[in-house]
Design a protein around this ligand. Structure first.
Ligand code: URA
Ligand code: SF4
Length: 230
């Protein structure tokens, strides 16, 4: 297999895409997706959440335990940290549409606990049609990739967040996302990495995350920015 080839051993979400590509119709169709094996053990599809007019799309990795149960992205501990960081960055959460690269929770059981497992490239590629359809429906001005899974879904499997975090990027033409105006794309760390951070640099790392969010938001047209008067 050539190095650039993407995994093709799962059917992928493409065949589940509805004709009507509005967000509600997409969400409804995604609830029945069997594009990879993750639907088998998870509770439900966790589709994106937010207003169709939101100028900012936040892309996480996959739903966590709480999100899987509640059916909404970023309602657990990582989501709380993300909301605090958005507030500290001066970004109104109402301006954001929140979603994930992979729409089902991947986990392994350990007794009664369900332990998060990182989705593989196969699942990321299988699920990407939903993410692309969300971008097409939303036409965001700004896409923030939270962590490597989201960044690699949109920017390619060789993308390294550590090397390129905070940079203003564009979607690669090869993704063939139909957008009228090219969104600015930025990658930063995943809020879960900050929750796990037990290092002496925990606060500093949180502040870098807030700085990335603030800098991403500065790419928005002035009408959406809370700093527009200052
Ligand atoms: N982590 C994610 O990446 N997404 C969520 O929705 C929740 C936690
Ligand atoms: Fe479909 Fe994505 Fe769920 Fe896989 S993870 S079944 S591709 S919605």
């Amino acid at each position: 297999m050539p190095k650039s080839a993407e995994p093709k051993d799962v059917p992928g979400a493409e065949r589940y895409l509805p004709e009507d590509r509005g967000l509600n119709s997409l969400e409804h169709a995604a609830s029945g997706c069997q594009g990879c094996t993750l639907y088998q053990d998870a509770t439900q599809t966790v589709f994106g959440h937010g207003k169709a007019e939101a100028p900012v799309m936040l892309v996480g990795e996959q739903p966590g335990d709480r999100e899987d149960q509640e059916g909404q992205p970023f309602v657990g501990p990582a989501g709380r940290l993300l909301m605090r960081a958005l507030a500290d960055a001066g970004v109104d959460p109402a301006l954001t549409y929140q979603t994930n690269a992979v729409k089902h929770f991947k986990f392994k059981r350990q007794g009664k606990r369900r332990i998060h497992q990182k989705p593989g490239r196969t699942e990321v590629v299988a699920c990407r049609p939903w993410l692309i359809a969300e971008i097409q429906a939303l036409q965001p001005q700004l896409i923030v990739c939270l962590g490597a899974t989201a960044a690699q879904s949109l920017l390619g499997s060789t993308f390294r967040v550590t090397a390129h975090r905070g940079e203003r990027l564009r979607l690669p033409a090869t993704l063939d996302v139909g957008v009228e105006a090219e969104p600015v794309v930025m990658a930063t760390v995943h809020p879960s990495s900050l929750l796990r951070d037990q290092s002496d640099h925990r606060q500093e790392n949180y502040e870098s995350f807030v700085a990335d969010l603030r800098s991403a938001a500065s790419a928005l047209p002035a009408m959406f920015r809370s700093d527009r008067h200052g």
